[in-house]
Design a protein around this ligand. Structure first.
Ligand code: PRP
Ligand code: URA
Length: 215
């Protein structure tokens, strides 16, 4: 299970060795696009195994080739909401272990000068508020993008929102805790700080560019 962070009530850090060794490989500047993408998806799948433990289930009847029995189904629909672009880089890994989930999208980029989020796209299942939402973005830096996305989801009635990211900065976790104290942030690492361009240190660079080979 991810452990609650001693300084941030809203933060859960995955210390599992498989997640940590894959994160280390993803941080390495020599890791090429194809491998970087694979690592992010593998980490996302491992995280989902634990995060989904808390999803409500219900009993359902199933008929085997031999007889009727009782099985398990999700009690409420789960929706993944990757923040475009980089959130896409973790989505397949989550769907690999939770194919039942639907996928909404929210497009947000950071203005390079102001570091403020600029939203440009949104599409969600109409009943998104009926169940848990996993907001997905590998990087929580200033927190502006994820805070904006959570606000948009709440406007649509969503109440059970969790953020899955790979690396976060203390500045972003603090800002998220102030803006959305009810939202838990799941991460593989809490890094040291932001640099003067809003990049996470030590971080892993620009996640979107590394996923899509656009650097
Ligand atoms: C990156 C990242 C987050 C955001 C984090 O996206 O994927 O969405 O920055 O920064 P913040 O916490 O300070 O808002 P970017 O703006 O580079 O867009 P991209 O995914 O389209 O490359
Ligand atoms: N976005 C990224 O992709 N990387 C960072 O370090 C900060 C924001």
């Amino acid at each position: 299970m991810p452990t609650p962070h001693e300084d941030f009530e809203n933060l859960r850090v995955f210390r599992h060795p498989l997640i940590q060794l894959k994160l280390t490989q993803a941080r390495d500047h020599r890791t090429p696009t194809l491998q970087f993408r694979r690592l992010l998806n593998e980490i996302a799948g491992l995280m989902t195994y634990e995060v989904s433990r808390q999803f409500p289930t219900r009993e359902v009847e199933v008929v085997t080739p031999l007889e009727k029995t009782v099985g398990t189904a999700l009690a409420r629909p789960v929706t993944l909401v990757p923040i475009l672009r980089a959130g896409i880089g973790m989505t397949d890994g989550i769907l690999n272990v939770m194919s039942e989930a639907r996928v909404g999208h929210i497009g947000i980029y950071r203005d390079e000068q102001s570091l403020k989020p600029v939203a440009y796209y949104a599409k969600y299942p109409p009943d998104i508020a009926e169940g848990p939402v996993l907001l997905i973005d590998p990087m929580l830096a200033t927190g502006g993008s994820a805070i904006h996305a959570a606000r948009e989801l709440k406007k649509r009635g969503c109440r059970d929102i969790r953020l899955i990211c790979l690396v976060c900065a203390p500045e972003g976790v603090r800002a998220m805790g102030e803006a959305h104290p009810d939202l838990l942030v799941y991460t593989a690492a809490l890094d040291r700080q932001l640099n003067d361009r809003g990049y996470i240190l030590p971080g892993l660079g620009d996640a979107g560019d590394r996923i899509f080979g656009t650097q």
